[in-house]
Design a binder for this molecule. Structure first.
Ligand code: SAH
Length: 240
């Protein structure tokens, strides 16, 4: 059995795996490290519409509770967490990605139109997640973003677990600047410490860079980090 099981309910199943069929995620899908089941919500509409006008009036259409309920009941394995992508949800974080990766699977509902009848979300205990404060035309791209953030954390997808520990958010900080060859490019030299061969000094330089960049760019993250450090915790995002 795959280490991570994905079930996606959508009106556009052909959008999956989409970008997740490429590169590391694509190879891992082929290798069976994660599995993907797409469910076309339209198949559960029988002779009805998938959507209807909202009660109370207003623009647009709302996806029907009975149609989505039928799709969920037939396809969701009961242990899978149920996630609805919506701009009204909690903002997706790296912690969420780690938590879902550890659980071992997810069932995602992609909305369209004005969204989904609230009753089916309540009945199935939906976890509502947003990928940012803007409106997309459908939940499919949001689901792909969520899945990408999870899949790269599954053991065996990325060879070096070290790279997961170093990257932005892993210790509650943004990542330091990165450089590669050539040493001097367009009259700009790589910071000397990085080519000094002193591993301890490189580590220290990177830590300071991370702190400076986080303080400048993301005062919100910096504040959380500073509080966690004062409490004696080394980092914020728990791993493994
Ligand atoms: N009327 C809704 C927006 C509907 S957008 C509102 O004002 O809140 C149509 C669908 O796109 C949503 O049902 C949701 O599944 C998806 N979507 C749009 N923006 C999103 C975002 N920022 N994060 C996650 N999903 C989003």
């Amino acid at each position: 059995m795959a280490s991570f099981r994905v079930c996606v309910l959508t009106l556009f199943p052909d959008m999956f795996p989409g970008p997740l069929g490429y590169s590391l995620a694509g190879k891992a899908l082929e290798a069976g490290i994660w599995s993907l089941k797409t469910v076309n919500i339209r198949h559960y509409a029988r002779n009805q519409h998938v959507d209807n006008a909202p009660f109370g009036g207003g623009p647009g259409m709302v996806m029907r509770a009975d149609v989505i309920d039928a799709a969920l009941r037939e396809n969701r394995e009961s242990w899978l967490p149920f996630v609805y992508m919506t701009p009204r949800g909690q903002a997706l974080t790296q912690e969420d990605a780690w938590a879902l990766a550890r659980i071992g699977g997810v069932c995602i509902l992609c909305g369209r139109f004005e969204g989904v009848d609230q009753r089916v979300l309540d009945k199935h205990g939906a976890n509502e997640l947003s990928i940012g404060d803007y409106i997309l035309s459908g939940g499919e791209l949001a689901a792909l973003v969520l899945l990408d953030s999870i899949i790269r954390l599954i053991p065996g997808v990325i060879k070096s677990m070290e790279s997961l520990q170093e990257e932005s958010f892993s210790r509650g900080l943004l990542e330091y600047h990165q450089y590669t060859r050539p040493r001097v490019w367009s009259d700009r030299a790589v910071p000397g410490v990085l080519v000094s061969g002193h591993h301890k000094r490189v580590k220290e330089w990177r830590r300071i860079q991370s702190e400076v960049i986080t303080r400048e760019r993301r005062p919100d993250l910096w504040h959380r980090y500073a509080v966690a450090m004062a409490d004696g915790q080394g980092g914020i995002v728990e791993q493994q």
